[in-house]
Write a protein that binds this ligand. Structure first.
Ligand SMILES: *[C@@H]1O[C@H](CO)[C@@H](O)[C@H](O)[C@H]1NC(C)=O
Ligand SMILES: *[C@@H]1O[C@H](CO)[C@@H](O)[C@H](O)[C@H]1NC(C)=O
Ligand SMILES: *[C@@H]1O[C@H](CO)[C@@H](O)[C@H](O)[C@H]1NC(C)=O
Length: 221
C-alpha cells in the first residue's frame, strides 16, 4: 500500500517538473511583442502596405518596419506609425508592449476607443494619437503612466470628462486635448498647472478652468 502511494507521488513529482520546465521563460518574451504587434496589425486597415513585412511567421518583430527595439534586450521600445493612412482600431493587446517608450500613431484615420490597457505601459514617454477619429472617453488608466512626458490627443472625437487621474502625471511636459468633444471643467492642479489653456481649446462642452481649491464640476457630463 505504502509503496503504491510512494510511486504515484513520485510520478506526480516528475509530471510537475516536466510542466515547470516547459513553462520556463526563454524566447517567450520576444513573442509577447510579436503577438501584440500582430494583434495591432489585424485590427488595422493598411491600404498602402506599410505593415507588409509584419509577417506573423517571422518571430523577431525587431526586423519589422516602423518598429525599433532596444539593442540589448531586443524588446520593442518605439512604434512610429504617424501619417501612414491607417484606419481601423487600436487593439487592446498594445498594452502588452511593456517596454515601449514611444507610441506614435498620429495623423491617420483610426476609429474606436483608446484601449484602457495602455495604462500598463509603465515605460511610455510619448503617446501621440492626434489627428485621428478616436471616440469614447479618455481612459483614467493613463494616469498610471508615470514616465509620460508627451500626451497628444488633439483633433479626435473624444468625449466625457478629463480624467482627474492625469494631474498625477508628474513628468508631463506637453499635453494637448484640443479639438475634441470633452466636457466638464478643466483641472488646474498638479501636472496641469503649467499646461496652457490653448491645450483645451475647441471642446464646445468644456467649461471654465477650475479655481484653486474648488472641486471639479463634471455633473451631467
Ligand atoms: C542600436 O543599433 C543601431 C544600429 O546598429 C544604432 O544605430 C543605434 O545607435 C543603437 N542604439 C543604441 C541605443 O545603442
Ligand atoms: C469617424 O468615426 C465615425 C464612427 O465613430 C464614423 O461614423 C465616421 O464616418 C468617421 N469619420 C471619418 C472621416 O472616417
Ligand atoms: C463623434 O462621435 C459621436 C458618437 O460619440 C458620433 O455620433 C459622431 O458622428 C462623431 N463625429 C465625427 C465627426 O466623427
Amino acid at each position: 500500500m505504502a509503496s503504491i502511494t510512494l510511486r504515484s507521488t513520485s510520478t506526480t513529482a516528475i509530471a510537475i517538473l516536466l510542466l515547470a520546465s516547459v513553462a520556463l521563460p526563454g524566447p517567450v518574451v520576444a513573442n509577447k511583442d510579436h503577438d501584440a504587434l500582430t494583434a495591432l496589425k489585424n485590427g488595422l486597415q493598411d491600404p498602402t502596405g506599410e505593415l507588409n513585412n509584419w509577417n506573423p511567421y517571422s518571430t523577431d518583430p525587431c526586423t519589422w518596419t516602423h518598429v525599433e527595439c532596444d539593442n540589448i534586450t531586443k524588446r520593442v521600445i518605439r512604434l512610429d506609425l504617424g501619417f501612414r493612412k491607417l484606419s481601423g482600431h487600436l487593439a487592446p493587446e498594445l498594452g502588452n508592449l511593456d517596454q515601449l517608450e514611444y507610441m506614435e500613431i498620429h495623423q491617420n484615420n483610426i476609429q474606436g476607443t483608446i484601449p484602457a490597457e495602455l495604462g500598463n505601459l509603465k515605460n511610455l514617454i510619448s503617446l501621440t494619437l492626434y489627428n485621428n477619429n478616436l471616440s469614447g472617453h479618455i481612459p483614467p488608466s493613463l494616469g498610471e503612466l508615470q514616465a509620460l512626458k508627451y500626451l497628444r490627443l488633439e483633433h479626435n472625437n473624444l468625449s466625457g470628462p478629463i480624467p482627474r487621474e492625469l494631474v498625477g502625471l508628474s513628468n508631463l511636459m506637453i499635453l494637448d486635448l484640443s479639438n475634441n468633444d470633452l466636457c466638464g471643467t478643466i483641472p488646474r492642479s498638479g501636472a496641469f498647472q503649467n499646461i496652457p489653456l490653448t491645450s483645451f481649446a475647441n471642446n464646445p462642452r468644456l467649461k471654465d478652468p477650475e479655481l484653486p481649491g474648488a472641486g471639479n464640476n463634471d455633473n451631467n457630463c
